[in-house]
Structures are given as C-alpha cells and as structure tokens.
Write a protein that binds this ligand. Structure first.
Ligand code: R5P
Length: 319
C-alpha cells in the first residue's frame, strides 16, 4: 500500500488511548494532528479543547475504546462533542478496537446490550461515520444508524504469514465454532485447509477445549481470532492441537486485549508465536514477551481514511 497523496479539507485528532498507532496513521497520511488538549481535571473528568479552527472540516478522531475502556470511550465522546460544537462538517470516529463489542446480545434475563448502547452514545455525541477494524460480530455494524466501515486485518496477516511462514503445510484453525467465518476467509486467501476447535465454555471467563474437527497431524497450525483477552481460548486450543499431533502452532489475533495474566500465559504456552496488531497500545510486558509479535494496521486505516475523505471505495481494499 503506498502512502496517500492529497487530502481534501481533512483533519486528524487523536485521543490518548493509542498515540503510537495514531502517529503512524498521521505519518501515512502525511498530516499533522489538529492542535488540541485532551486532559483530565483533578477529579479525572475529561476536558477537551480544540485549539485551531475546524469549521467545515472533514474530521477523523482516532481512539480505541480499549483499557481503561470507560475513560477512553468518554474521551472519544467528548472530543466528538467538541468538534460538533466547533462546526466540523463531518466527524468520523476511527475506532481501531471497538470495546464493549462482546456484549452484543442479551446473555440472560435483565442483562444489557452494551455494544448497542455504546453505538448510540457515539452517534448521539455527533459522529457522522464510524471506521473500525474486525468487529467482534459483523452485525454490530447495524447497531449504528450512521455509515460504518468495518475493515479486516486479514490482508495484513496474510502478508505476515507469507513473509514468516511461507505457504507449505499450513492449516488455518478456528479456536471456536463462532470464529469459523473469519478462519475460512484467512484459509481461502492462503489456499490452506481449515480445522475447527469445538470449544465449550462451562463458566463465563473460562474456556475449555473439547475436540478438533480436521486432521492436524504434522501440520503447521495457524489459529486465528479477533480478540485475545485472557489468552485462555488460544492457549488451550494450541495445547489441544499439539496433543493431536500438530507440528507447530502459531496464532494471529487482531486485538491484543491481553488482560490479567494473559502475557505470562502466552509466554508459557505451546504457541510458537502470537501475532497481534497495534489496534491496542502495547504495554511494556507485551513488548518484552518473546513469543508475541506486533504488526501494524496503520497503513490499512490510513488508506481507508484517505478513501473516505476522497469519496472512494473502501471495500475495494479487500478485493
Ligand atoms: C470469543 O468469542 C472471541 O472471539 C475470543 O475468542 C475471546 O474473546 C478470547 O478471550 P480469551 O482470550 O479470554 O479466551
């Protein structure tokens, strides 16, 4: 992907959730950030001041709603409100990692659908469009009544897989039945076979591997998922694959949430490598972990921003 040339009345603004990614996107677009202050009052309320004229501008606000999810979401909402009141022409919320996405349906009586509530909040704050990456469930796109582009990290992963693993003997594996569509898309692009880990979750927050659909004996297995949080799903799946005779297991996940003891779990797992994107800012622990590697989705997001601004097709990025 080449760097974008030419922008039309476009400005970028970033919250504090993922400055390295925001800076890489700005570099791709060859654009400086709009001068703004996004800080906290002593009681931790968020304060935003846009320090240059944005009247009539096509504004892109970059903010992942990752940990601390509530603070980062609030920053995003308040930045959008500031831009709306400053008469920006169009505001696109660029949310590389859309937090709360896993709460996308009622899991029991009297439980919320928080993903829908968050979509409502972003729209109500004044966003005209949303640009995000690998939504946990595709239908969350429909939770927004404003245009929402859901990008896929798959092309970035494919390039990395070809560079690091080649194409021999690969078998793409979905770590659970829910991830089959995603895994199939990757397998198709790689021309690889597909296997599925049939996992049952007995209690919330715990995962259990049941059995593997497909013959993985002697194969280089590539687990693919949208999110790695506690690491339980991916590490348990890796163990099951090795038990079934897989030659080696690598994993690719778009969003490295990596809560609690996830990094140590991955470090001590059967995974040869775990590759995540930079949709979420990496902690020092992540950066130091010997079997976690990061790939950048900045060019992908930068190109999508460029195309939205110049009213070009975004979907053709994935043809
Ligand atoms: C589940 O539906 C998701 O795709 C991920 O598999 C899950 O969020 C990973 O969570 P953890 O790493 O905590 O097992």
């Amino acid at each position: 992907m080449s760097e974008a040339n030419g922008t039309h009345g476009m400005k970028l603004l970033a919250g504090n959730s993922n400055r390295p990614l925001a800076e890489a996107i700005a570099q791709y677009l060859k654009l400086p950030f709009t001068k703004a202050v996004v800080r906290r009052f002593a009681d931790m309320e968020v304060f935003v001041e846009v320090q240059e004229n944005v009247r009539g501008e096509d504004m892109f606000v970059i903010q992942s709603t990752s940990y601390p999810a509530n603070d980062n979401l609030m920053e995003l909402l308040i930045i959008i409100d500031a831009l709306k009141r400053a008469s920006a022409r169009r505001i696109t919320a660029v949310i590389p990692y859309f937090g709360y996405a896993r709460q996308d349906r009622k899991v029991g009586s009297r439980t919320p659908i928080s993903a829908k509530l968050v979509a409502n909040l972003i729209t109500e704050a004044g966003a005209h469009r949303v640009l995000t990456v690998d939504l946990h469930a595709g239908q969350i796109q429909g939770f927004f009544d404003i245009p929402t582009d859901n990008l896929y990290a798959v092309p970035v992963m494919v390039k990395d897989i070809q560079d690091y693993l080649g194409s021999n003997n690969l078998m793409v594996v979905s770590p659970d039945v829910g991830g089959v569509v995603r895994a199939r898309a990757l397998a198709k692009r790689l021309g690889a076979d597909l296997a599925i880990v049939d996992k049952r979750r007995e209690r919330a927050g715990e995962s259990e591997v049941m059995n593997i659909i497909g013959d993985v004996k002697g194969r280089v297995c590539l687990l693919v998922d949208d999110i790695v949080d506690s690491g339980g799903t991916i590490c348990n799946a890796a163990e099951a694959l090795i038990e079934q005779g897989a030659k080696e297991v690598c994993a690719y996940a778009t969003h490295g949430v990596l809560s609690g003891g996830a990094v140590a779990r991955i470090q001590n797992s059967k995974l040869k490598s775990m590759v995540i994107t930079d949709s979420i800012s990496a902690t020092n622990e992540v950066l130091k972990c010997s079997n976690i590697r990061r790939i950048s989705i900045a060019p992908l997001i930068g190109e999508a921003i460029h195309r939205i601004n110049s009213e070009e097709s975004v979907s053709s990025l994935f043809d």
